[in-house]
Design a protein around this ligand. Sequence first.
Ligand code: THU
Length: 136
Amino acid sequence: MNLSTVTESERQKLIQVATQAVSKAYAPYSQFRVGAAVLTETGKIFAGCNVENASYGLSMCAERNAIANAIMGERSDTIRVRAIAIVNSQNVPCSPCGACRQVIWEFGQEAQVIFLGKQGWQDSTIEELLPEGFSL
Ligand code: THU
């Protein structure tokens, strides 16, 4: 899908920042290193990586860590996610997991999600990836 939410240079920058974040990943259990970069409505970019734990279920995905960093850098009540890019160390298809989709949706219901899909780089809206996200 061709989205015009972000410019091509913003898109490239997001992929670049997410790629750099891959090197920060703590993934000794899966060896699957992931980096994410979030673009907010103020134009700032925040990175995150996956952080695993010996108690596997406590591991945290790169996407949610990037959003947590964005919240720390801005304000949780006003922050809006315009786009998020995800990159992994194995260059294999990697779309955000269901938990991350719901968290992205919380902060940007029109967010553009840039990831490596089965056919190569893919741009989807969060609405396409998570129809009818949960809200209170
Ligand atoms: N992972 C992410 O960080 N993001 C994704 O989109 C998919 C999976 C992480 C979680 C875990 O640390 C590792 O990749 C293997 O599942």
